[in-house]
Design a protein around this ligand. Structure first.
Ligand SMILES: [Zn+2]
Length: 494
C-alpha cells in the first residue's frame, strides 16, 4: 500500500480528461496525488474523507482556464472565488501582451503589491508569500516588455538595441518558467510592432519550447489577415501558435469564424501547430480607452457598449454608453472626455455586444478549441459575466442545451488538451501519480447564473474542488485553502 488516501470520491461518473466515455468508479487522492481512478473500489483508511458522488456526479480533472488576466488577482484576490466555483484549478496568466513582470513602475500591479521586480522570479517571490487558491502558469507579455523598453506612446519599430533588450526579457522569462510569449496587437504599445519584431521575439520563446499566444491585430474586418499573420509568425519563428479568444466582431464579419478555422486547419495539415480558445458569450470586454476616444466615438458604438467598471462614475456601471449620455443630457464626445479626464477614468472597462451565437457554436465544435474566460477581475464594477460563468456555461449551453459536445469531450477541452499545450506536467488527467487537481460536479445542474445585470453570482452545481490534494471548495463554500502553485512550463515530451 503506497500511501493512504486523504479523500475518496466514491461511486462517481469518471471523466478522466482524455475524452474517453464516462466510467463508473472511485477516485482516491493522497499526498497531493491521484492514487487510483477506476472501477476497482478504492481502499481508504479510517482517516480518509469520503465524498459520495451517488452514481450521479462527474469526477474530472480540475479545469484549466487558458485565458485569464489574474496576474494581479493572485495578490489582490488570492481566494480566486470567481475561478474556484467554476471548477478551475489552474490558470494561464500573462495574456494579451500584459504580464505581471517585469514590473518596474509602469503598471498597476506594483501599486497593488507595493513593490517592483525585474523578472518572473521576482513576480514569483511577490505572489507566493500570501498563497493563492489555483495553480498558475504565465506567459511573458509583449506589451509589458515593450512598455519597459520603449514606452507606451512611441509609435515606431524597435531599434536593434531595443529588440535585443526585449529578446533578453523573453529568454529570461523562458529560463524562469514562462510558457511562452503573448501579444495584444490591438493595444498600445504592441500595435506599433511590425510582424518582424514579433517573429524575432517568438523565436526566443520557441528556443525554450514555448508558445506564441496572441490577441491578434484585428478580430473583425481583418480577421483572416490577422490569422495569416499569426500563422506566419509561427512558421518563421518555429513557435507553437495559440490564438486567444477567437471571434469575428461586428455584424458584417459574422460567419468568418468558420473561414478562420478552415485556414487554421489547412495550416495545421501543412505542418503548422495552431490551437485556440474562446469564451461562450456574444459580448467582449476590455479597457475602454483602447477602443474609443472623444474623437472616434460613434452613436453605433455607444449603443453597443456599456460601462463595466467606471471608477470616477460608478453610477454609469452596467449602463449603455448611449443611455448615460442621454440621461446626462450631454453629447457622446463630452461624455467620453468627462470619463477619461476624471481621476481613474482611463481605467474604465467596457463591454461590447458584437458577436453572433452561430460563431460561438462553430468555435465550440472545433476539436482544438479550449476554453478561456478572458475574465477581468475588477470586482468593484459590474464585470462581464464570463469572469464567474464561463466553464459552467459551456456545460449549460453546449453540452446539455444544444448537444454540441459530450460531457467527456467538454472535460477534455478543459483539462488534458490545455495541460499538454501549456506545459502543466502531470495535470489534466485522472491517472495514478498525477497531481490531485479534481472537480466533482453535477452534470445536470452545473450552470452559470451570472448575468450582465448581476455578473458576480457564483455558478451552481459544483460539489467539491481539490487543488494539489487540498479541499478548496465544499458544497457551495470556499474552504479558504490557498493550495495553488506558480508552475513552471514543462512541455510534454510527446
Ligand atoms: Zn485579449
Amino acid at each position: 500500500m503506497p500511501s493512504c488516501a486523504d479523500f475518496v470520491v466514491r461511486n462517481a461518473l469518471i471523466a478522466d480528461g482524455t475524452g474517453s466515455p464516462l466510467t463508473d468508479g472511485d477516485v482516491a487522492i493522497g499526498d497531493g496525488r491521484i492514487l487510483s481512478a477506476g472501477a476497482e473500489p478504492a481502499l481508504a483508511g479510517p482517516s480518509a474523507i469520503e465524498l459520495d458522488a451517488r452514481g450521479e456526479l462527474v469526477c474530472s480533472p480540475g479545469f484549466i482556464d487558458v485565458h485569464t488576466h489574474d496576474d494581479a488577482a493572485l495578490i489582490q484576490h488570492p481566494g480566486l472565488e470567481f475561478k474556484v466555483a467554476q471548477g478551475c484549478t489552474s490558470l494561464v496568466i500573462g495574456n494579451c501582451g500584459f504580464s505581471g513582470f517585469p514590473a518596474t513602475g509602469v503598471d498597476d500591479i506594483e501599486s497593488i503589491a507595493g513593490a517592483t521586480w525585474p523578472d518572473l522570479d521576482g513576480y514569483r517571490s511577490a505572489v507566493i508569500g500570501g498563497g493563492f487558491a489555483c495553480n498558475a502558469v504565465t506567459l511573458v507579455g509583449h506589451n509589458t516588455i515593450r512598455m519597459v523598453t520603449i514606452g507606451r506612446e512611441d509609435p515606431r519599430p524597435a531599434s536593434a538595441a531595443e529588440l535585443a533588450a526585449m529578446r533578453g526579457h523573453v529568454e529570461r522569462a523562458m529560463e524562469q518558467g514562462a510558457c511562452g510569449l503573448s501579444t495584444g496587437l490591438i493595444y498600445k504599445p504592441g500595435k506599433w510592432a511590425p510582424t518582424e519584431e514579433i517573429i524575432e521575439l517568438a523565436g526566443a520563446a520557441a528556443n525554450g519550447g514555448g508558445l506564441y499566444a496572441t490577441h491578434m491585430r484585428n478580430e473583425g474586418d481583418y480577421l483572416l489577415e490577422s490569422v495569416a499573420e499569426a500563422i506566419r509568425i509561427g512558421t518563421e519563428s518555429g513557435c507553437l501558435v495559440h490564438i486567444s479568444h477567437h471571434k469575428a466582431a461586428g455584424r458584417p464579419n459574422w460567419g468568418k469564424v468558420a473561414d478562420s478555422l478552415a485556414t487554421i486547419d489547412r495550416a495545421n495539415s501543412a505542418g503548422s501547430d495552431v490551437t485556440l480558445d474562446f469564451y461562450p458569450y456574444t459580448a467582449s470586454s476590455g479597457p475602454m480607452a483602447e477602443y474609443v476616444s472623444a474623437d472616434t466615438i460613434t452613436p453605433e458604438w455607444a449603443a453597443q457598449n456599456q460601462f463595466a467598471t467606471c471608477p470616477p462614475f460608478p453610477g454609469y456601471q452596467g449602463r449603455k454608453v448611449s443611455d448615460v449620455a442621454a440621461s446626462e443630457g450631454i453629447a457622446l464626445p463630452d461624455l467620453i472626455r468627462r470619463v477619461f479626464t476624471a481621476p481613474g477614468g482611463l481605467a474604465a472597462i467596457s463591454i461590447g455586444f458584437g458577436m453572433s451565437e452561430d460563431d460561438l457554436v462553430t468555435n465550440v465544435r472545433h476539436p482544438r478549441m479550449m476554453i478561456g474566460s478572458d475574465g477581468i477581475p475588477e470586482l468593484d464594477g459590474l464585470p462581464h459575466p464570463r469572469l464567474f460563468g464561463t466553464f459552467p456555461r459551456v456545460f449549460a449551453e453546449y453540452v446539455r442545451g444544444r448537444g454540441d459536445l459530450s460531457v467527456s469531450e467538454a472535460v477534455r477541452r478543459m483539462t488534458s488538451l490545455p495541460a499538454d499545450r501549456f506545459g502543466l506536467a502531470d495535470r489534466g488527467r485522472l491517472i495514478p501519480g498525477a497531481w490531485a487537481d479534481v472537480a466533482v460536479f453535477d452534470p445536470v445542474a452545473f450552470r452559470d447564473v451570472a448575468t450582465f445585470e448581476e455578473p458576480k453570482r457564483e455558478p451552481e452545481g459544483l460539489h467539491w474542488l481539490i487543488v494539489n490534494g487540498i479541499l478548496t471548495y465544499d458544497r457551495g463554500r470556499h474552504t479558504g485553502a490557498r493550495a495553488g502553485r506558480l508552475l513552471r512550463y514543462e512541455p510534454s515530451s510527446s
